[in-house]
Design a protein around this ligand. Structure first.
Ligand code: G6P
Length: 372
């Protein structure tokens, strides 16, 4: 088993270190000369993406948060309305699903029963189904009209990490494919996005360099009782995913919030010493979001929060007001979530390790849940 972990103390540690390759292998060969080519989608039919009027993403757990994250760009680039549903809630509310609706299921294992049942339900209602899956020949891709595999490689640790970033990468390819078909982005825009996409694995490698410093922070925080996570836009689902990771493997109460929601309730939780991760969008692209996050940081800091920020390397506004800053290289805002999630994955891993817990096999959880 030690050899299988490639020198890492746990599968999860190894798998986080493989985030860059998971993205690289998922996008490899799927675009050429500034255009996405995804023959995997041909099975949906010629002209399919010009005919649909809605996409519903269904998934559970970490895959649900990758869906929530990627949905922002899927809708923005393709101009198709996108909704994201927990697979086990979906069919119980008599949702509007018909042949003009594409169901995209996200599942690392391809065997999650809740997700499979949502896919079957949608097919019965006449919708086409697309599976984004990390396991060749699994049940969900076999029962779907089309499949785009993520190539994250086998994921052993119960808590999903590299499959998460690979799922986002796969939906981005789908989004660009749909945008090409519907001409909602120009050729130049697609080419520009793809050029940046290719740089992301190396940028994730840069973020992985923070591992030692995050381990020190986690060691120091081993008896923390609660951690909060704040983000806006794609940072919101990343906050939710960061909190989920901590619950799953470190058994620490954690919650993610949309930063704009802070003043509507959660700020009441802030007391001196409360650790809060804040995902800060780049100041270069968005002159409306960034100052709002900075003022959120000031508000929680004024109430004694310990601010752990993930921010762009040149972000001069955040450095002086955060207790710790984990920097990420500059990128297009679309790709920020792929960089921002990495320190949160490492933090959960190291906090679990600092508490002496079994990182790969957390209590009460299974890698794949094959019952409803
Ligand atoms: C289980 C695992 C989670 C995972 C979820 C969905 O609950 O513990 O880590 O995110 O299933 O799994 P899937 O294989 O469908 O992505």
């Amino acid at each position: 088993a030690a050899a299988e972990k490639g020198g890492w103390p746990s599968f999860m540690a190894k798998e986080i270190s493989e985030d860059p390759e998971a993205i690289e292998n998922t996008i490899r060969g799927r675009f050429h000369e500034g255009r996405v080519t995804l023959p995997d989608l041909d099975a949906l039919g010629e002209g399919y993406f010009r005919e649909i009027d809605r996409i519903i993403i269904v998934a559970c757990g970490t895959a649900y948060y990758s869906g929530q994250t990627a949905a922002y760009m899927l809708e923005k680039w393709s101009r198709i309305p996108v909704q994201v549903e927990l697979a086990h809630e979906f069919r119980y509310r008599d949702p509007v699903v018909d042949e003009r609706c594409l169901i995209v299921s996200l599942s690392q294992s391809g065997e999650t029963m809740d997700t499979l049942m949502a896919v079957r339900f949608a097919r019965e209602r006449g919708a086409k189904t697309l599976s984004i899956c990390n396991t060749q020949g699994a049940t969900i891709p076999r029962e779907s009209d089309a499949v785009v595999y993520t190539h994250a490689g086998p994921e052993v640790a119960v808590a999903s990490t590299k499959a998460f970033v690979a799922q986002i990468a796969a939906i981005y390819l789908l989004a660009l494919h749909a945008a090409q078909a519907r001409q909602t982005l120009t050729d130049a825009e697609v080419a520009h996005i793809l050029a940046e996409f290719e740089t992301i694995p190396d940028k994730v490698r840069e973020v992985l360099q923070h591992h030692d410093r995050i381990r020190e922070l986690a060691n120091w925080m081993a008896d923390t009782r609660s951690v909060l996570y704040l983000g806006r836009n794609t940072g919101f689902p990343i906050a939710l995913e960061g909190a989920l990771k901590l619950k799953e493997i470190a058994y620490i109460h954690a919650e993610g919030f949309a930063a704009g929601e802070l003043k509507h309730g959660p700020i009441a939780l802030i007391e001196p010493g409360q650790p809060v991760f804040v995902l800060v969008p780049s100041p270069r692209y968005d002159d409306t979001l960034h100052p709002k996050i900075v003022s959120n940081i000031q508000e929680i800091r004024a109430r004694g929060a310990r601010v752990l920020a993930v921010a762009e390397v040149s972000d001069a506004a955040v450095l002086p007001i955060a207790d710790e800053v984990f920097t990420v290289p500059p990128t297009d805002p679309a790709f920020e979530p792929l960089l921002h999630v990495v320190p949160l994955q490492i933090f959960a891993l190291e906090l679990s390790t600092a508490k002496g817990l079994d990182v790969d096999q957390p209590r009460n959880l299974a890698k794949s849940v094959t019952v409803e």
